[in-house]
Design a protein around this ligand. Structure first.
Ligand code: 9MR
Length: 364
């Protein structure tokens, strides 16, 4: 079978879950497709989160990014803690270097992120009133989106605004923005970003929506409610970022995730996969088995999305197992290093990379 026929099957009706190992072997049989011809002829841009310092001094790292990515996003650099060490300083060094790299190499850069509870400098704890919060948030977004206007085409305006265990009465996560402004910080951020750069893609980004658990069901529902509320009030918004930090030992809720994507698409919103990786701390020790399970999990996840709607981009949260956030929270009991990303520590492609390529490449 030629690649084109194979990709038709992979993107269309999808690969049977049990078939994932076949799916990454050239020549494997594929089911009949349902995706349109235009969907199949257009590649999905692939990208990765980048640590900008390593681009400068690690040849293999830079080569891997250049070889595999059409898009980059700073793993840090645009977070408040990096940009705003003090209330009055804006430090643009890292994102300036990353955008220069992207532009020099014909890549797009995504912006991550404008309003998040995490990675906040201590001084923001002193934001005491509603007016002060509004002033700081608006000033920040105007300054940062304005600096890269026309150059960063897509922004995670809102990151992880849904509570870890949302309830109908309390769907939002605590943050300085939520505490001082209530839920209107979401609308304020989106409207401010849209006013600064009307062409930018405005994204709401979140995680833990892909498993068949009560927590993920509640997160999906809370996120959809938030999106509906924004759309009902004509708040500018273009896409939902599904982060995709997949728990390797948990099943993907294919129906639940597909239904979620359907509901997002029905609101005329695009879907992006923004932070894909596979958390492997509970997976078997064998490297081979672990990589196959990670690839199968990612395949189930991507298939559930792509069966419904072609994502605007697929990005992983890092490119090589050498540099990943995963061991900060999910070290293995056996002491073996984590393997969450598409390339191993020596930049060799793993089964996960093959799965990603099946979804992102233009058919021959
Ligand atoms: O990978 C990032 C890590 O290096 C940072 O220390 C951390 C705090 O800024 O953020 C990590 O990235 C997170 C992303 O910004 C939002 N989704 C979850 C990611 C992994 O924790």
């Amino acid at each position: 079978m030629r690649r084109r026929e194979f990709v038709v099957g992979a993107l269309g009706a999808g690969l049977a879950a049990s078939n994932v190992l076949d799916s990454i072997i050239p020549g494997a049989p594929a089911a009949g497709g349902t995706a349109s011809a235009s969907q199949l002829r257009t590649a999905i841009p692939f990208g990765a989160a980048v640590r900008v310092d390593y681009l400068a001094d690690q040849f293999d790292y830079k080569t891997a990014i250049l070889e595999h990515c059409q898009m980059v996003v700073g793993e840090g650099g645009l977070k408040w803690i990096d940009l705003r060490p003090t209330r009055d300083d804006f430090v643009f060094d890292q994102p300036d270097r990353l955008i220069a790299f992207a532009e020099a190499n014909g890549m797009k850069m995504r912006g991550h992120t404008l309003a998040w509870y995490g990675a906040m400098p201590d001084w923001t704890q002193q934001i005491a009133s509603e007016a002060e919060a509004e002033g700081e948030l608006v000033r920040h977004i105007e300054m940062v989106v304005g600096r890269y206007k026309g150059r960063i085409p897509s922004w995670d305006v809102i990151n992880e605004a849904i509570a870890d265990h949302p309830t109908p009465d309390s769907p939002y996560r605590e943050s300085i923005w939520q505490q001082r402004l209530g839920k209107r910080f979401v609308e304020l951020s989106l409207r401010t970003a849209a006013a600064v750069d009307p062409d930018v893609q405005l994204v709401i980004n979140d995680y833990a929506i892909e498993n068949p658990t009560g927590q993920c069901r509640a997160k999906r529902e809370a996120l959809l409610n938030m999106l509906r509320d924004l759309k009902d009030r004509d708040v500018p918004l273009h896409a939902v970022g599904i982060q995709g930090h997949l728990l390797g030992d948990q099943e993907i809720d294919k129906d639940g995730l597909s239904r979620f994507v359907e509901a997002v698409a029905a609101m005329d919103l695009e879907v992006l996969v923004t932070e894909l990786d596979v958390i492997d701390n509970k997976l078997p020790a064998s490297t081979y088995d672990r990589d196959q399970i990670a690839a199968a999990t990612a395949n189930d996840f991507l298939r559930a999305i792509c069966d419904v709607k072609r994502p605007g981009a697929i990005l992983t949260w890092g490119i090589t197992d050498r540099y990943t956030w995963v061991p900060m929270w999910f070290t293995r009991d056996d002491g073996k290093p984590n393997r969450p990303l598409p390339l191993d520590v020596n930049y060799r492609p793993k089964a996960l990379m093959q799965v990603i390529e099946e979804y992102t490449r233009v058919p021959a």
